[in-house]
Design a binder for this molecule. Sequence first.
Ligand code: GDP
Length: 306
Amino acid sequence: MGITMVTGANGLVGYALRQMHEPDLAYVSRADADLTDFNQTKALFNRVQPDRVIHCAAEVGGIGGNMIHSGEYFRNNIMINLNVLECARLAGVKKLISFMSTCVFPDSCTYPLNERDLHNGPPHPSNFGYAYAKRMLEVQSSAYRKEWQCDFIVAIPTNIYGPNDNWSLHDGHVIPSLVHRCYLAKKNGEDLTVWGSGTPLREFVFANDIAQLAAWALNRYSEDSPIIFTSGIEISIRDVVENIAGALNFKGSLIFDPSKPDGQFRKPSDPTKLKKYLPDFEFTGIEKGITNTVEWFEAHYPNVRM
Ligand code: GDP
């Protein structure tokens, strides 16, 4: 087997993949090519000559970033994916895995979210630009499989968190934003303000688990339809915050700010397909994952993405 190229190598999943120390992986990031540019993307494929691609590059943000940057997230994700999959096809790449997110599913949907419901209705208004762009990954992969027999697969992880996340206080996802905010509140002797009511439920998955599942899927999964990567375990935002506060040994009060958005109340997803393939896969528990994430943040701050 030749080279496996990882796009978005400086992101959350790219960083987790590096920790696996797999041989023959080529990590590429923004410094190597602007993937929104077709010619730069094509030149990158010519230079690296990958046999396989783990496509992690994307323009992403939490609920804050998604609401403000709906146009930017739509445009950049459409262009990145169109270019990467097309250049992979032209280069004769044998296998490609790309990632969506369970937040791209229809807003009104029967739960748990199942792979076959992906296109059955509009996404939640808070992230529709990102969601529609990401749904096209599945459409493009499937269309390429039909016409050109490309073995391009799509994974749908739930909320990923872990070391080397984007710790932005405004555009980040809930775990990294709150780790950062809680760290600052502790340092300044202040209380911690949490967006929304704390009651929404989410399924979180540690980035190292996604790296392992991606490596598995690259070798073993070839269905036309996507596969959801989830433990199937829901946890409330309040419980997440309490875990973060515990890991940081934060002694101030938690204040829930109802003027900030809650987003979807819950979006449980169906682990059935993954369990069918990997009945014994053990997901990292939230407490262990958050402790590990907080330790990484404390060791690297202020030299972190934000
Ligand atoms: P989502 O799962 O796609 O909605 O994305 P997020 O990772 O941004 O999680 C959003 C949920 O976390 C909402 O219920 C927010 O109200 C809650 N939340 C609480 N504090 C924060 C915060 O500081 N940042 C973000 N992004 N979300 C927060």
